[in-house]
Design a protein around this ligand. Sequence first.
Ligand code: SF4
Length: 297
Amino acid sequence: MEYEFTTAADIKKLCSKHKIKISELAKRYESERAGVSHVVVRNRMKKTRDVIWEAIENGIGNKKKSDLKMSGGDAAKMYAQLTNMRDMMSNRVCVRAMAYALAIGEQNALMGRIAAFPTAGGAGVVPGVLFSSSQHFHAGKRRLLRAMFCASAVGIVIASGATISAAKGGCQAEVGAAAAMAAAGLIEMQNGTVEQCFDAAAITLKSYLGLVCDPLGGLVEVPCIKRNSIAAMAAIGAGDMVMAGIKSFVPFDEVVRAMKNIAETMSPKLRETALGGLAATPTGNKIKKKLGLPIIK
Ligand code: SF4
């Protein structure tokens, strides 16, 4: 396949050969892989964008708690802060990004419709960063779509070289991967170079290496929802570093290899089994008791 890639090095080569951005390469790759036209691929991504936006809108206005009352209403609280920025240390882009990320996570916990981007557990980060930033830049729907394609390409590299499954690699593979994808997409939205996209992705992913998956009661609520929100801030921070001229000392492909090594040595207790980390705290055990799950001491 002409546009196939599995590494950042492949992407750099192909983008330079065809004189295209990562987003365009991702679109051509998907078109070739799925055997459909570019228009079909773009329309599918548009649908994803619309599903995400619907989830954000539903989430920021919803104060309903989840069944076990572990989550709900925080997106509305955060979004309301946009009318009272004097109490906030971060700027409007960040506050809105956190609110959007919380909104997606809360909708997921309420069994609402979301788009797994790249997974359901990490689905808040990319929308938080890219949808909030596109509003800030008045980027328009097309530029947002391109940023989403760019983010997707980074997700493919992580899935090819390591994993995006928490059961295999812990939360570094869900929220960590999503944060790296978001950081790259943000740079492309700002018209950055391919190298800058991967610098931002590498800086972000390095910061999430080793992050374990330890959801209370095995439900994707705590710590997942707030973790997405904080990861959105990390991605924006990495993007700002890159726009300031900072590079990643370790290339992205090496970071992905390190992530794979860590995943292979991570205890099964910390890979989506709810047997360790926060899931095994007294608070985590209370939730397990409510769910009738065995408590392992
Ligand atoms: S803690 Fe586990 S379930 Fe929650 S977001 Fe991270 S990987 Fe997903």
